[in-house]
Design a protein around this ligand. Structure first.
Ligand code: ADP
Ligand code: ADP
Length: 226
């Protein structure tokens, strides 16, 4: 099955705003895919629906063949989400956040700790493992969110504007990390309003504007058009 299959997806918010006007999207397993568009285009709405944080108005979404309406739990197990905004307002240390997150997916504590350890090292957070998440810098919080999204080893990782507001060195190391996990087989979709990010990382791209997909092509195809 496709990593992601979206058909005729619409979303009208309660205030009447039509954020999505019938979008279709296919992402193949192993792809590194960008959803590019200006602010307000509908990127966050799309991924919030995929992650079942927001209800769609109509249409269908399936993740690795699991339809969100019929097999929500199976679909969720396949998905890791890194939202754009996050608030760590608890007193949980970094390592506990990861181990507890794995616990939500039924992963035993010892195995969870092994995975947490791996991602803490790979994302440069090992020295911070005992710190309260609230006290981390913005770039570190974002890397913690990536680790948190990966502890249950999802087949599809979705990131909403992953490097917004992150300084250039951290951005480069995050890019490298994402390339590595994609090479290890994890399908990645990211939203960005920053073409350079899509160019650097992604193979395929969809451009969304005013709630509609206006282009869906390979990055190479897009660059030859410009
Ligand atoms: P749903 O249709 O998914 O239930 P709602 O229309 O109830 O969503 O809106 C969810 C929340 O988002 C509300 O608390 C609302 O105040 C807030 N909200 C309203 N307009 C905007 C906006 N333009 N951008 C972001 N959030 C908004
Ligand atoms: P993007 O992520 O591309 O910036 P969004 O999906 O956040 O776009 O927003 C798409 C449109 O929907 C915008 O016009 C935004 O103001 C509106 N919107 C987003 N969330 C809500 C909400 N909860 N209620 C009403 N309108 C919303």
């Amino acid at each position: 099955p496709k990593a992601l299959c979206i058909r005729q997806l619409t979303k009208t918010y309660k205030n009447g705003l039509e954020a999505l006007k019938g979008i279709d999207l296919d992402v193949e397993p192993g792809d590194f895919f960008a959803l590019l568009g200006p602010n307000g285009a509908g990127k966050s709405t799309t991924i919030s629906i995929i992650a079942s944080l927001v209800n769609k108005s109509s249409g269908s979404v399936s993740i690795f063949g699991h339809d969100l309406d019929r097999e929500l739990y199976a679909a969720k197990r396949c998905l890791g989400l890194v939202p754009q905004e996050f608030n760590f307002n608890t007193f949980e240390p970094v390592q506990e956040i990861l181990v507890n997150q794995a616990g939500y997916y039924g992963i035993p504590r010892k195995a969870a700790w092994k995975r947490a350890e791996k991602y803490l090292v790979e994302l440069g957070l090992w020295d911070k493992r005992k710190d309260m998440a609230r006290t981390l810098s913005g770039g570190m919080k974002r890397r913690l969110m990536i680790a948190r999204a990966l502890v249950h080893e999802p087949r599809l990782l979705i990131l909403d504007e992953p490097t917004a507001g992150v300084d250039i060195e951290i951005r480069r190391s995050m890019w490298q990390f994402l390339k590595d996990i994609n090479q290890q087989g994890c399908t990645i979709i990211l939203t960005t309003h920053y073409l350079e990010e899509a160019e650097n990382l992604c193979r395929n791209i969809a451009i969304i504007d005013h709630g509609q997909i206006i282009e869906n092509t390979s990055i190479k195809g897009l660059l030859t058009q410009l």
